[in-house]
Design a protein around this ligand. Structure first.
Ligand code: FES
Ligand code: FES
Length: 206
């Protein structure tokens, strides 16, 4: 069975039928080409597939694409548009050595951005909130430090919906077609001039 869904991912609307058992994680990776969302356990344990669904973190391997119908999804690729703290968090991850292989990092960044929207944040709260995200490389110290570092400098940074992608208008398309035509004409004129020059310059030798 299929369902017709409409899901806004990182501000871009996508419509179409999906199989009723397709997970949101597979939909994002295979249908929307957003492979930043990783799949580890596919059982809701590791947190690698964490995305924001209407501003709240979920494990996308446990959500069906059909359940995300009419929802707003933010993946790691859309974090910068969704939170003004996302860039700082990425930079803090690098500075605090909060990643090694990086496989878990998209999930931690998404969960971290959600945490950074809180007014109050301390180490115990961060560790508790991140207990559902597993990292096999870092020992978590750097990850916790990076999140606290950004919160300490910026305070609470709310998550906003990604701005909607505006489809090109009829006028935009006409302008693009005219520009393409002019570029083609310029190329043709350039070629004709070069040919004419090479003929006139090389005339006596022909
Ligand atoms: S892949 Fe979804 S929680 Fe592990
Ligand atoms: S950095 Fe390798 S699993 Fe976390």
């Amino acid at each position: 069975m299929t369902h017709d869904i409409s899901v806004r991912v990182n501000g871009a609307e996508g419509r179409g039928p999906v199989a009723d058992r397709l997970t949101l994680a597979d939909y994002l990776r295979e249908r929307r080409g957003l492979t930043g969302t990783k799949l580890g356990c596919e059982q809701g344990v590791c947190g690698a597939c964490t995305v924001l669904l209407d501003g709240e973190s979920v494990r996308s391997c446990l959500v069906l694409a059909a359940q995300a119908d009419e929802f707003d999804v933010v993946t790691v690729e859309g974090l910068t548009a969704a939170s003004a703290a996302a860039g700082d968090l990425r930079e803090a991850f690098a500075r605090h050595d909060a990643l090694q292989c990086g496989f878990c990092t998209p999930g931690f960044l998404v969960a971290g951005v959600e945490l950074l929207a809180r007014d109050e944040l301390d180490e115990a709260t961060v560790r508790e909130a991140l207990s559902g995200n597993l990292c096999r490389c870092t020992g978590y110290g750097g990850i916790v430090a990076a999140i606290l570092d950004v919160h300490g400098r910026r305070g609470a940074v709310p998550i906003t919906a990604c701005p909607e992608e505006t489809p090109p208008t009829h006028g935009d398309r006409r302008r693009a077609a005219v520009l393409l035509l002019l570029a083609g004409l310029a190329l043709l004129v350039g070629l004709l001039v070069r040919r004419w020059r090479s003929r006139t310059e090389g005339g006596p030798h022909e």
